[in-house]
Design a protein around this ligand. Structure first.
Ligand SMILES: [Zn+2]
Length: 253
């Protein structure tokens, strides 16, 4: 799995994590944005302290899931800034995929929810395309639900429409819902956000083929409602540049 922030793994597939063997988790960012609003909100005065808190929350949640800490990798990009490192991010994801040869890689959909989520979608698409170009067996790309804009604000537990279908019934058995709730409870710093997410479902689908140079949907993107460091227009310009630098413009831009 390749996710942007600590807590995205639990939002997407926290309950299922407990049932999978041989899972590896890769975090693109440390979860600590350069602007200090999130840190101040929980009474911390440094980015490092906030990043440390988020790492500790993640470790507690992954202990519930039974994930071995040795199977967790951090790419170390700054929260809200992964889009500015798309080439590096894709190259490092490609190295991890070559080294570990997973059958499946799960990440965020491209949906304008958070610029780092979209960056992960880009990096995984690009990395898989790079492996395929080199004749290396590439994993199947799956994606988990995250969040995107909706008429009433935010949509969670769903995807934007695409031609690909859900992989299975997304509804969780009751005991797994309890497990997911317990994992959510580990992320005290994210309590405000996590109340928008349902503990009963974890949809997964085959990732569509994305064109990252075009918007994921018409209108204002979810993250454009906030000051999260980038506009959709800027994000797409960076994606076009990165696709060009990686020799993937024809497939991805
Ligand atoms: Zn996230």
């Amino acid at each position: 799995m390749i996710v942007a922030h600590p807590d995205d793994e639990v939002i997407g597939v926290g309950a299922r994590l407990c049932t999978w063997r041989d899972v590896r988790l890769v975090y693109a960012t440390n979860g600590a944005p350069r602007d200090m609003r999130d840190a101040y909100r929980v009474g911390l005065s440094s980015r490092e302290a906030y990043a440390t808190l988020r790492r500790a929350e993640r470790e507690r949640a992954l202990r519930i899931a039974g994930v071995d800490p040795a199977r967790v990798h951090e790419l170390g990009f700054s929260d809200q800034e992964t889009a500015r490192e798309l080439v590096d991010c894709a190259a490092r994801v490609a190295v991890l995929l070559r080294g570990t040869r997973p059958r499946v890689v799960i990440t965020h959909p491209y949906e304008g929810g958070h610029p780092d989520h979209d960056a992960c979608a880009f990096a995984v698409s690009a990395a898989v395309a790079m492996l395929a170009r080199d004749g290396v067996p590439a994993p199947t790309r799956l994606e988990m639900s995250s969040y995107h804009v909706a008429p009433n604000g935010i949509s969670t537990g769903t995807f934007l429409p695409s031609e690909t279908a859900l992989t299975d019934d997304a509804r969780l058995p009751l005991e797994l819902r309890d497990r997911k709730r317990a994992m959510f409870a580990c992320f005290g710093s994210q309590r405000q956000t996590l109340r928008y997410f349902d503990c009963a479902i974890e949809p997964l689908r085959i990732a569509p083929r994305y064109r990252f140079g075009t918007p994921p949907h018409d209108g204002v993107l979810f993250y454009e409602n906030f000051d999260w460091g980038i506009t959709g227009h800027e994000w797409r310009a960076l994606a076009r540049g990165a696709a060009h630098a990686l020799g993937l413009s024809g497939q991805m831009a």
